[in-house]
Design a binder for this molecule. Structure first.
Ligand code: ZN
Length: 291
């Protein structure tokens, strides 16, 4: 069974899995143990893994059960998240876009899969659909022109945010407000950056219960992926397997009149052209979540 095109890398029940249009394969089995089953482990050896994966072929026809998909990079050592990185969103927030990007973190324990249920742990739970960068090499002081060679791939992310916690107190509490359990859906899989032709101009969209809420292109980001990698790496060592949530376009719930927040029964679809889509359902706290 010959694979067509470059496979995507998914996390199926905690095991690194290659996906093609016509089938899939377990990485550890197919490679005879040359590569680990752990998706996070692969990211430390990305260049070697990627060259091997180009010659790999599906073992099983069809697709795995998408309900089993977990976060493709489940345990990054660092998650960087960028605030107000789209021109329209920054303008509506009255934000001065000169200087350094606004950077915070989502603590890694908030990560969840692309089709998971998320508990509504805040009365002001809001959506932020974002391009997420997965680092595939480690470095400091990375030059902008070399930045893409440090990127393993791209995926879709939701920077779910409890606006009540984020905006409580006299200074914003960004990182905690965005790190409750399940507040970091990512996936559905990692698409290699090398083979993503229009990687600086991707369509980012979000639908809530079928209604389009966000739609913009990553070419409208104030700081591009290359600039973010370069600027962050001046301060922090970026490590293989780290994530960068690159910011969200306009169209969040708290900027609407009246504001619109997520509640039990809501269905949020997050899509990026060429990278796939995620669907997360929101449930009352205490209702058993899939992932
Ligand atoms: Zn965000």
């Amino acid at each position: 069974m010959a694979g067509v095109g470059i496979p995507k890398l998914a996390n199926v029940s905690g095991r690194a899995t290659l996906l093609w249009r016509e089938g899939y394969a377990d990485v550890a089995q197919l490679s005879g143990g040359r590569f680990p089953y752990d998706p996070q482990g692969l990211l430390s050896d990305w260049d070697r893994f990627e060259s091997w994966a180009q010659g790999a072929e599906p073992q099983i026809s069809g697709s795995p059960d998408f309900r089993l998909l977990g976060p493709p990079a489940p345990r990054p050592r660092q998650i960087f998240a960028i605030g107000l990185n789209y021109r329209d969103h920054a303008a509506e927030a009255g934000y001065d876009t000169s200087g350094l990007p606004q950077v915070f973190t989502k603590f890694p324990s908030c990560l969840t899969g692309p089709f998971s249920q998320v508990s509504v742990l805040s009365p002001k739970l809001d959506w932020e659909t974002e391009l997420v960068v997965v680092l595939g090499r480690t470095g400091r002081n990375i030059k902008e022109g070399e930045a893409w060679s440090f990127v393993a791939g791209l995926m879709v992310g939701q920077d779910l945010s409890a606006r009540d916690v984020q905006l409580a107190g006299s200074a914003p509490q960004w990182s905690l407000g965005k790190s409750f359990a399940g507040f970091g859906p990512t996936g559905p899989w990692i698409t290699s950056a090398k083979y993503c032709g229009n990687r600086d101009d991707l369509l980012v969209q979000c639908e809530l219960n079928g209604e389009l809420m966000q739609s913009d292109r990553t070419s409208n980001m104030i700081w591009s992926v290359s600039e973010l990698v370069a600027r962050l790496s001046v301060v922090c060592e970026l490590m293989a397997g780290d994530l960068i949530f690159t910011g969200t376009p306009t169209g969040n719930g708290n900027r609407r009149t009246p504001p619109r927040y997520l509640g039990p029964g809501d269905r949020l679809l997050s899509r990026i052209g060429g990278l796939g889509e995620m669907v997360n359902e929101f449930v009352s706290p205490g209702v058993c979540a899939i992932n």
